[in-house]
Design a binder for this molecule. Structure first.
Ligand SMILES: Cc1cc2nc3c(=O)[nH]c(=O)nc-3n(C[C@H](O)[C@H](O)[C@H](O)COP(=O)(O)O)c2cc1C
Length: 211
């Protein structure tokens, strides 16, 4: 029984491979917006978000946008889908993948980011997400990322197994926001490679594989 299922999978996956190679699998560009997850004045996460966003813009067949949660102005006297905003929801609905830029605040993620993410639900389902943690300390926001993983799962997002980790974030950029440590270009290249692959595969699944 297991062997039959397994060989069926092989057939499906080689078909998918053909589609992928010939470009038929993804005729339209992927859309992978970057969400800047803090409204704090003087946030170092803005430099990280602009850097990652710029690296996505260099990728062929990928469209992106920088979404700043400070600009969304969600009310704080209600929560969840009750305070949904059309424009933000349209971006999430159109997205094939997301990048979250998440500063570490007291070993967790910012409450405002959760408040914003909670306003949508079905828009996230079977889409890829990659997380970049940002911290003043030396763990690159790892604790914030780990705490966010169960939230991602509940929203229906599919996390990739590669993160961006920006430790000592205040020292990584100059006053104009230029990256000072070029090793992050290679690291984020790998992160984006994984995210783009997962976004393509999940889009193929959403469009071609019935539940
Ligand atoms: C309320 C608050 C709590 C913080 N807690 C931590 C922490 O637990 N660990 C850490 O490494 N940095 C902590 N920081 C520093 C931020 O991680 C640091 O400022 C980093 O640049 C990311 O946040 P930013 O984008 O707001 O600058 C905290 C900052 C604030 C404002």
């Amino acid at each position: 029984m297991f062997k039959v299922e397994s060989s069926k999978f092989q057939v499906l996956s080689s078909k998918a491979k053909d589609h992928y190679k010939t470009g038929r699998m993804n005729p339209k560009p992927l859309f992978i917006p970057v969400i800047l997850g803090t409204a704090r004045q003087g946030r170092a996460s803005e430099n990280v978000a602009r850097f990652v966003w710029g690296e996505i813009e260099k990728r062929e067949a990928v469209e992106t946008e920088l979404i700043d949660i400070r600009e969304l102005n969600f009310p704080n006297n209600d929560a969840g889908e009750a305070i949904k905003q059309d424009q933000f929801s349209e971006h999430i609905a159109r997205a094939d993948g997301l990048v979250l830029i998440v500063p570490e605040y007291n070993h967790g993620y910012p409450g405002l980011l959760k408040h914003v993410l909670d306003t949508n639900l079905k828009e996230y389902i079977h889409k890829a997400v990659g997380i970049c943690g940002v911290s003043a300390g030396g763990f690159g926001g790892t604790r914030a990322i780990e705490n966010l993983l169960p939230v991602m799962r509940e929203l229906g997002l599919v996390t990739i197994f590669w993160d961006g980790n920006f430790s000592t974030a205040q020292k990584l950029f100059d006053a104009e926001g230029n990256l000072l440590d070029q090793s992050f270009v290679r690291r984020i290249d790998k992160f984006l490679g994984e995210l783009i692959w997962m976004s393509k595969v999940l889009r193929y699944g959403r469009e071609n594989v019935s539940l």
